[in-house]
Design a protein around this ligand. Sequence first.
Ligand code: FMN
Length: 160
Amino acid sequence: MQILVLYYSRSGNTKKLAQAIAQGVETVDGAKAVLKSTAEVSKEDFQNAKGIIAGSPVYFGVMAADLKRVFDEFVSLRKKMEGKVGAAFATSGDPTGGKETTMFSIIQAMMIYGMVIVGDPMSATGHYGTACEGEPDEKARENGAKLGARVAEIAGKLGQ
Ligand SMILES: Cc1cc2nc3c(=O)[nH]c(=O)nc-3n(C[C@H](O)[C@H](O)[C@H](O)COP(=O)(O)O)c2cc1C
């Protein structure tokens, strides 16, 4: 079972969080993380995944244009994505820089793709996904790994 961990990252913060999330995915039996940037991802990656965890730096309070471009360009896959698991992550420059609105911008796109949205588990923050300011510290990486594991576990149970 593949879980796509998709990210856009210009200066590396979001990529580091994506890597921690991918490690969490791989802790679940039978789950394989496919870690791809927005420049690398293909329509096959979307179709082959049982879940997608997508992340972006906060750009003006929403996802970066390059991640939105992927959702825009892959719109023909919408019906094929219905019922798959979706989750979001973000990194910001400021402590209150718009991490949650950015995760919601990703979640909105996923909902319109018909995906089943999950947040991070209670053992992490029990909120909308994984987010941090700047480079992820150990706690943020740990929380990211928990999000990855949760998405893989739920995708396995849904059996889409
Ligand atoms: C065009 C642009 C817009 C940004 N807008 C915000 C913002 O609204 N709020 C914020 O906290 N940080 C903002 N930032 C900072 C980035 O979100 C932050 O540095 C992020 O961790 C960068 O991620 P990356 O290293 O993966 O590229 C912005 C950065 C750029 C380049």
